[in-house]
Structure formats: structure tokens, C-alpha cells
Design a protein around this ligand. Structure first.
Ligand code: MG
Length: 430
């Protein structure tokens, strides 16, 4: 064991550790462990009842152990006596392969066996709302086109800079913060890195943003579409595949054939991927949404790719990477890159041709695209059925996909049982 967490605690003044894992629905679970007990936890893990979280387990199952990854340690910038640790899940002496962090590690290992390393950068949009989540927190933030609004950005200076200062101190190399396209919406960008590191940082970022917002008396939400008339929370991810220090996607004037094959794989699996990249009932109120007050949804509606054009699902802003614009703020930090990598590796193995790049405005001219590209699923159930039918993704994650489908079908059925006001409004007089 190269990192002794007990020694690190003594050295850095850490008195408690949060041993944290992300479940299949993206919820973060943790135990708060005193530093005096960390040595045993580092070896054996912290015990949990797996069924009590979103994992495919039963109440009769034995203890689930979350074994912390010492390399993931982050001292909470707003409470430095606490050290946060991402953990991998084990049960009965075996890794839980139907868990997000281990699923990502498995895909990373497959890429490594071929000589490749995935690097990712994520753009996690969020709203700052009132504590009840029912309204944006800034009553003066009312512009019809509020993107990059200087005044509204600076009214949230204290929160945004507290988070950005934290990222600076943690060495994430953040480089810009802005007010996004919806009233009350923000985005903060830090530098891309290897996929597991970015995934751990994304999990921590969501925790940090929520924590700092609460400290300031507000609430932060990454919910895909919290307000029907405003642009939703996307989670765009930029991907590149590396061989050592060489970016295997960077072809100079254009992306390489390898990158095109990777994109071909993502396009081929996209409708099935949506079940995980857009994992909630609410997600589909962002995908295929009507025009928002700002003039555009900025979310894709069809399975298309392009150069530098934000109306398509995949954008190639520069010839060194591509941006997948499908995922939303509810996407699991680990399953998002795991899935993209699984689909991309399939595209590489089959040398899939992504077809022609589109150059149109998909929001106004999508119906004119020759060959009628597939539409993204219209709701979570359609997406789950597409995932169910995906031999590629099931073969890539044979433990995780069935477990995920089982739990998500349960969620869909729970939703479908709800009687809504809309039904009363449209059906009372039938
Ligand atoms: Mg954005």
C-alpha cells in the first residue's frame, strides 16, 4: 500500500474521512469515519447495506464494503479537517461489477489493453435556486438572453469564486466561469484529464457545489430540466483517446480515422446510451424540448454529428477531440465516460463509418437531413427499451446493464403510477 491514510491524516490535520461511493442512480453515499479508524477502513472498507441504496441487491445480502482509493483523497476546501475518498464496492470478497466506478475501471482496462487512455473534460451546468428548489435565487436575473450576463454573474461572485478558489487549490486548473443560457444557471470549467480522475472530480464537484450553495443559504441543482421554459442542465463531455503522450484523435487538419470510428460507435449506440446519459423521467423534458425563452434548448434531438455547430449531438470543435452533447446534469459521473468508451471501442473494433457530417441548423432544418437520422428517445421508457435491445452495451457491461435496467424500470413504473394535474385537466371532461 503506497499511501498510508492514517499517516496522511496526521500530516494534514485530517480528523475525519468521508468514504464515498456513487450508486447506480448517481446518488452519493458516504460514511464519516474518524481518522483513528481509517487504517482498518483502508484495508477492509466501510460497511454498508447495499439494498438501502440504488444498487441491485436484496436486504438478505451480506455487508457491502466500500474500499477507499487513497489516490482520490480530497480535503474539503470548505472544511479541511475532512478528507473525501472515492471508494470501490466489494461484497463477499468480490468486486461489485454492477457498480459505476468499477464499471468505468473495466472499460478503462479494455482501452489500456489496446494501448489507449481516455481523457475527458466535463461541463456540469447547474442552477442556483431558492432552498425549496422552486425558483431561481436571483429575482433580478430576468433577461430573455441571460447567457454570459455580467451583472448576474457578479451577483453570485461569492459562491462562484469560493468554488473556483477551491478548484485552484486542489490543482484542477479551472479556467473560466460563466452565467449560462438560462436565468439562474451557471457553468464552471476545469481542465480535462484521465477519465477516472475527471469522474472522481465530477462526483466531488457536484457535492462541492451543493455544499457551498447551502452554506450561502441557496440550493444548487443539476436537475436536467427544473424549469419548463428555461434551458436545461446539460453535461457535455469532451473525449480524446491517447497513446502515451500522443493524442490519437488529433489528425492535424481533421480528426483521425480512429476518432471517426470511435464517433461511429457512439452514434450507433446513442439511443441506448440515452438510458444512462439521460437517466431520469425529467431528462426527456430537456431532450426534444420546445424552444426556450432564450431562443434555443442547446440540447440535441437526433443522432447526428458535425464540425463546430452546437445544434448536433456530437460536435468536433477542434480536430483533437469531440464533444458529446447528449448527457444531462443527472448523468452518473462514472457511467457517462464508461458508456462513451464502451460505444467508442465498439466503433473502433468494427471500424464504423460515422457517415457525413451535418452542417445545418438542426433546430430549424433537421427535417431536411438526408437519410433521416434516428431521433433520440422521447422518454425514459423508450430509452430503457433501446438499452435492453443493445447487444453492444450489454456485452460491454454484462453485470451492470441488467442491474441498471431492473432498477430503472422500477423507477419508471413508480412514475407511471402518479396521477397528475395534467391528466385531470385533459381528461376530467372526457
Ligand atoms: Mg454550457
Amino acid at each position: 500500500m503506497s499511501i498510508d491514510l492514517a499517516a496522511v491524516a496526521a500530516d494534514k490535520g485530517i480528523t475525519y474521512f468521508l468514504i464515498s461511493y456513487t450508486d447506480l442512480f448517481g446518488a452519493q453515499r458516504a460514511k464519516l469515519v474518524p481518522a483513528a479508524a481509517i487504517a482498518g477502513m483502508q484495508k477492509n472498507g466501510a460497511g454498508f447495506a447495499g439494498f438501502a441504496t440504488w444498487l441491485d441487491m436484496t436486504p438478505a445480502d451480506p455487508d457491502l464494503f466500500a474500499i477507499p482509493d487513497p489516490a482520490s483523497l480530497i480535503q474539503l476546501p470548505w472544511k479541511p479537517q475532512v478528507g473525501w475518498l472515492a471508494a470501490d464496492l466489494w461484497m463477499g470478497g468480490a468486486p461489485v461489477l454492477a457498480s459505476p466506478r468499477l464499471a468505468l475501471k473495466a472499460q478503462i482496462a479494455k482501452a489500456a489493453a489496446l494501448g489507449y487512455t481516455l481523457k475527458t473534460g466535463v461541463e456540469c451546468e447547474f442552477f442556483l435556486t431558492t432552498p425549496d428548489g422552486l425558483a431561481i435565487s436571483d429575482a433580478a436575473d430576468i433577461q430573455a438572453k441571460p447567457c454570459y450576463d455580467e451583472q448576474a454573474l457578479m451577483r453570485r461572485y461569492d459562491i462562484i469564486t469560493e468554488i473556483c478558489d477551491a478548484m485552484l487549490s486542489l490543482g484542477w486548473a479551472p479556467y473560466q466561469n460563466d452565467h449560462e443560457d438560462a436565468n439562474g444557471q451557471f457553468e464552471m470549467n476545469w481542465t480535462y484529464d484521465e477519465a477516472l480522475l475527471t469522474a472522481d472530480r465530477m462526483a466531488f464537484f457536484k457535492f462541492m457545489v451543493k455544499s457551498v450553495a447551502e452554506k450561502h443559504g441557496l440550493r444548487a441543482t443539476f436537475m436536467p430540466k427544473p424549469f419548463a421554459n428555461l434551458t436545461g442542465n446539460g453535461c457535455h463531455i469532451h473525449l480524446s483517446l491517447w497513446q502515451g503522450a500522443t493524442n490519437a484523435f488529433d489528425g492535424g487538419a481533421d480528426i483521425t480515422d480512429l476518432a471517426k470510428n470511435f464517433i461511429g460507435g457512439v452514434l450507433s449506440s446513442a439511443p441506448a446510451m440515452a438510458a444512462i446519459t439521460n437517466p431520469t423521467v425529467n431528462s426527456y423534458k430537456r431532450i426534444n424540448a420546445p424552444r426556450t425563452v432564450s431562443g434555443a434548448t442547446w440540447s440535441p434531438n437526433s443522432v447526428t454529428w458535425t464540425d463546430n455547430n452546437r445544434t448536433h449531438m456530437i460536435r468536433v470543435p477542434e480536430p483533437d477531440r469531440f464533444e458529446l452533447r447528449l448527457a444531462d446534469g443527472a448523468a452518473n459521473p462514472y457511467l457517462l465516460p464508461a458508456l462513451a468508451l464502451a460505444a467508442g471501442l465498439d466503433g473502433m473494433a468494427r471500424r464504423l463509418d460515422p457517415g457525413p457530417r451535418q452542417t445545418n441548423n438542426m433546430y430549424t432544418e433537421g427535417h431536411l437531413v438526408v437519410g433521416t437520422p434516428p431521433k433520440l428517445p422521447l422518454n425514459l421508457l423508450d430509452a430503457l427499451r433501446a438499452l435492453e435491445a443493445s447487444e453492444v452495451l450489454t456485452a460491454a457491461m454484462p453485470e451492470l446493464v441488467p442491474a441498471y435496467l431492473k432498477l430503472k424500470h422500477g423507477e419508471w413504473n413508480d412514475y407511471a403510477r402518479h396521477l397528475t394535474q395534467w391528466e385531470r385537466d385533459t381528461t376530467l371532461d372526457c
